[in-house]
Structures are given as structure tokens and as C-alpha cells.
Ligand binder design. Sequence first.
Ligand SMILES: [Zn+2]
Length: 500
Amino acid sequence: MRMLRWMGHETQERFFNSWLFRSGLKAPQGSERCSERNKPVHHWREEMFRNAVLDALDSPLQGLSAGRGKDLSMVFVLDRDIRPLMPTTPKRARLLLAQGRAVVHRIAPFVIRLRDRRVEDCVLQPVALKIDPGSQTSGMALARVEETEAGDVHHALFLSEVSHRGQQVHRNKGTQRNARRRRRSANLRHRAPRFNNRSIPLGWLAPSILSRLDNTVTWTNRLSQWVPLIRIDVERVRFDTHLLQNPELTGVDYQRGELAGWEVRAYLLIKYGYHCVYCGKTDCPFELDHLLPRSRGGSNRISNLVLSCHECNATKGNQTATEWGHPEVAAQAKQPLKDAAAVNATRFKLVEALTAFGLPVGTWSGGRTRWNRARFSIEKTHALDALCVGELAGVEPGSLKTLAITATGRGDHCRTNWTKHGFPRSYKMRPKMVAGFATGDRIKARVPAPLKTEGIYVGRVAVRKSKSFSITTHTGEVDGVNAKYCHLMQRGDGYSYAIV
Ligand SMILES: [Zn+2]
């Protein structure tokens, strides 16, 4: 206990509860307990404990990076001038913090800042940001780029899924519209109705779509501050029309699983809306059916191919679609899908916005992503999909955990709660802050023993005027935690975080 004498009683208790103590760091060598008598005393160790206790008070790694050993998420590292360095492992980050060589820069996602390093003295490796935009969830991955003779091999450094709040924005806009209509009919102060005087400016996007775009741009911006990015790879189109231009797909047999074949599959999946054209089945592995069978001289031309389930394909056998009683399928196959289905406005805008970062932006097709995923046998998740975007010779996903980033918004300016029809129902409290906390802040609460909610909670807080807060942790929600047991870890930034 000698080494703990300089700590106060409360600090000691915190120290014993801290991750540092549990993580198995040994007592200072050269103390009586050390088996090697003449081993020199490492002075930095005492300093290490002192700083560790100071830094560990809020157990920065707990909750977010709880997994030790193989399953982990990397820690972002900045230099002393807040410029990005290569990410490191949680273990190394713990040691750097313990030695006092680093300080905590940010908790979620975890970022540390070295106190004794400048980027000029470090060796940086190329890191690419890879994005798979989606309407509900976008995958975002960081990969270390290793150049080999066969091409680039991407080693995952960070996997994340950004969940958008497009639906919520859409609902809120509806409520806002109804509230405005009510103000007119109730003869309250209102904006004059507008009609026939509006034109949608070129490139206008709906607010719900814009919020999805903004989330992706926000996270690109944040990540570009934490890692040395050299380029951005983004999936812009569902399939590559250039690879579909040649109707015969000369030299490339679609069945061999070459890239062009995957573009054909992506095209047909979109065109037939993930349905079997004959029976309409949806949740099954699809096959490519030849309207005029190969055995009767049918080609691999895209207009001769449709999407079909295994049963229909087998039953149809050697007949044409018309002979089998589906002339409408043959007619539909003749009509080409418009390019608009492949390139949607959001993705186009996203690429435009990403070029503003001044990094080279590579745009790729969804067919290529699916091809890569099949070639390297990668599981289908949003984050791993993002990792498979682009021209690759290999992918090393490692055993990283995925950070689920959910857009939560930053609360409302308006203090009225509306019904969806635009009638005022109740009022929010005037200030957003209660006892120094606001809804969305990341906090740590230590509730003592005799209380019903006893325990330690780390998570996102929702505040009440009564100072009885509710905290959403990664395991669930706890209600009725008093403000006096809460400590602030990080201010709300419009997103909530969890490890998948
Ligand atoms: Zn079928």
C-alpha cells in the first residue's frame, strides 16, 4: 500500500475500481514485493500510476472499447499539434496514457493526443476512407492501403455504420406544416400561405435526404481530422453501365463470376426489384434465367436475361418464357432500365460534397462491391460492404468491432410539443440544460448502494427538470438517476454510439 499513500481515500477507492488496476499492470518494480532484488527502479512507473489515476478517473475505455485481446476497435491518435497520426491498439493507448505520454482528446470515438510527438517525427501509412451510402444506414470504413504487385490490399482500421434519421426529419416536417396550417385557421400570428410562386432550385434535395448526406459529410470531416487520409472511395452507382454497354459481354462469361457478371446481376436485381419474375418470390437466392434458353441458341445478352428463383428456372427448363406462359416477362425484358435507377441524386450530390475535402475521390459501382465481397468471402454488413468498395487485390477485415453511430439530432429549438396534426399538446421546459447536463450528453453515473438504481452507468443522458435523469447504456436504459450522481464525459454531438 506504500505507493498509494499519496492518494486520498476516495482516490484510492476509485483507483481500485479503475480499469488500470484490473488490467493487470504490476506494482512498481523495486518495491519490496519484487522478486528480483537488484533490478533498477523505474522512476517513470510511479509517474505512470499518478497520471494513470488522473486519466483513468472516468475510465475512458470502459464501455466503448471494453473488449480486450483480439476483438477490439482501434484508438485514434493525434500529435501534440492536434494533427492525425496512425491509429493504435487499445493496449498501446492504455500504456501511453499510463506513462503520461498521452492525454484523452475525445471519448467516443476514443481519440488520444500524444504530448511528446510531432507528425514530422512519425512514419505514416496511407489510409483510405471507404463509404457505402445507404438510405437507412451508410457503411464507413477506414483501411490501411498496402500496395502489392497484384494491386492494393486494404487492412481494416475502423469499421462503422452511420444510421440516418431521414424518417424522423420527414415526420417532423409534416408536423411543422400542420402546425403552420393551424396557426392560419386559428387566426394566430402566421406566415402567409404561398402557392404558385415557388420553383425548386436546381440540385435541391428534400431535408430528409439532405440529413443523410450531411451525416456522411460530417463523419468524413471528423475522420479526416483523426487519421491521415490519402483518398476517399465511394460507391456511387448500383451497377456500372459501361460494363453493360457491350450486350454480348464478349470474352466474359457471366457465370464465371467475373466483374461484368456481377454488374449484370446488380442490374437485374434493380430492374426486377429483387423478385422472381415468374412467381414473385423475394427472399431466396436468385438465378439468371435465359428467356430463349442457351440450348436453343439464346444469348447472354442482357435483354435475354431475367431474375428467377431456382424452382421456376428448373421447371421452365427448355421452354421460352412465352411458351411457358409468361409473355409479359419477355416484353418487360426488352425495355431497358433507365440510367436514373442506377445513379440517384443523393449519391451524385455526395460525391460532389466529398470532392470539397481536396482528396482524390474514387467512384465505384455496387456490382464491384458485391464481386469483391464474393471473391474474398466477406460477411454482408454495412461496414464490411464499405470496406469492399473499390478496386482491390485483397481485403483484411481483421477482428475489429463495428461502431454503430446513430444520428440523434441535437434537440429542438421550438419549445412546444405538437400532435402530428399540428395542435399544441404540451410545452418543453425553457432551458435545455439541467444541473449542467443536456439531453444527448455522454455521462457516467455512480449510484450508491441503498438506492434502487444502484450501479455504474455510462451512456447517453436524457434530462428532466426534476433532475431525475434517464440514461441509455449499451445494455439498456435506466431511469430515475439523480443528477448529483452524474459526471460529464462528453458533450452531445448529435450522434449516439454503441459497439455492434
Ligand atoms: Zn419463382
